[in-house]
Design a protein around this ligand. Structure first.
Ligand code: GRF
Length: 214
């Protein structure tokens, strides 16, 4: 069993491009002692992203790192800067919280098996952008959110945990997205806590040890 001091030394590096509600839920769960970890660095590719402001309000170092010349990924030099900053901060886990760029081989190699993401659907259904809108248009009756390890594909990595969210007749894309985000803010901290406690084990693609909540 880990001691409290050892547990709190599990260091999170968080990457985000947006408002940062998942980051805030994680940071607050860490501060409250519900997740035995601490966010030590927040990086964003968007200069005025809300996530940077939320980090600064909490006294967590937050930096804008210009993304370089591409729209959906980081160029080689920029990716190397992201890796360097996270390594300097000695992070144990890289947490993607609404980071809108695809991370390539060198990044995933530098943090092998230590990058996690949250996606607003029950993967493998509806990967990619605006997954709540895809779910609504398809007509499914339940959707949800998925926390997974990141691999070379888009939203294809091994699943750590999922939460189910109902789709209601009167839903709009916005109302469904809002309901999914409530579930995200519960699921993501719980998954990170399980990782920080060393609770999970891998059997091929299967990640075992995180309790389902149906
Ligand atoms: C979340 O809905 C998450 O599923 C997706 O990006 C969104 C980020 O929202 N990957 P926030 O910045 O955490 O509020």
């Amino acid at each position: 069993m880990q001691t409290q001091a050892a547990a709190a030394s599990f260091r999170l590096g968080v990457l985000g491009s947006g408002k940062g509600s998942n980051f805030a839920a994680i940071a607050d769960a860490c501060a409250a002692g519900r997740v035995p970890a601490q966010p030590v660095l927040v990086l964003s590719d968007v200069e005025n992203a809300g996530i940077l402001e939320l980090a600064r309000q909490r006294g967590i170092p937050a930096e804008y790192l210009p993304p370089g010349k591409f729209r959906t990924k980081l160029d080689e030099e920029t990716e190397a800067r992201y890796i360097a900053r996270l390594q300097e901060a000695r992070v144990d886990l890289v947490v993607l919280a609404g980071f809108m760029r695809i991370l390539k081989g060198p990044f995933l190699k530098a943090f092998e098996g230590r990058v996690v993401n949250i996606h607003p659907s029950l993967l493998p259904a509806f990967p990619g952008l605006e997954a709540w809108k895809q779910a609504l248009e398809y007509g499914v009756k339940v959707t949800g959110c998925t926390v997974h390890f990141v691999d070379q594909g888009v939203d294809t990595g091994p699943v750590i945990g999922q939460r189910v969210v109902p789709v209601l007749d009167e839903d709009t894309p916005a109302s469904l997205h809002a309901r999914i985000q409530v579930a995200e803010r519960e699921l993501y901290p719980a998954c990170i806590a399980a990782i920080a406690r060393g609770q999970l084990r891998r059997e091929g693609r299967r990640v075992l040890g995180f309790p389902p909540a149906l």
